[in-house]
Write a protein that binds this ligand. Sequence first.
Ligand code: GSH
Length: 205
Amino acid sequence: MGLPEITLYESGHTRSARCRWLLGELNLPFSSKTRGDLAQDSLRIGNLPLSKLPVAVIDGKVIFESAAICTYLADRTEGHSLGHAPGSWARGQHDQWVSFTLTQMEAFLWNNALNTFVLPEQDRLAQGFTQNEALFTKSAQVLEAALGSREFLVEDRFSVTDIIVGWTVNWGARLGLLDQAPRLLAYLERLRARPACALAPLRQG
Ligand SMILES: N[C@@H](CCC(=O)N[C@@H](CS)C(=O)NCC(=O)O)C(=O)O
């Protein structure tokens, strides 16, 4: 299979950074487009129920959701060790940690973001922030324990799982929610050491 033709609609350090990072790790060339481009192109490319970023067009087909884009590209690209074969135990572990991260961690931070700066002021809820942070922190401790003395989450080798999960861990660290999770903070350092890493920098002080 030759190289796919890839367009990535993306925006800085938002969740699209997962895709940019994965593409860098796989050494796959791609065209980068902006949110404005997506608004212009959306009628032509279709299949964008919420018009959120990232969106990828791969060999003419549209796919959205950062975790799905990353997992699909890792699956279909040959000659690397970032993926987990469908049907393998490692793939089960990948799917477990991705689902856990998106539903039991990221969703709580996103809800806080929605009610802090994403939604128009009149649509924001005034409560729930502390509860969301507590639920995120509780789940982060599950990840902290699962990492144990390993360097990476699945089979103790860097993989697409770490790109997806690492993005959310980084969000928590940037919000100061991982002070009781030293293994996750050290994990982030390992992720940042990779040349293709596209995570937002940790805030200083
Ligand atoms: N679960 C989606 C989240 C997509 C998402 O919410 N993207 C944000 C940027 S990080 C966005 O497009 N926000 C604009 C909006 O909510 O209207 C993914 O991981 O791709």
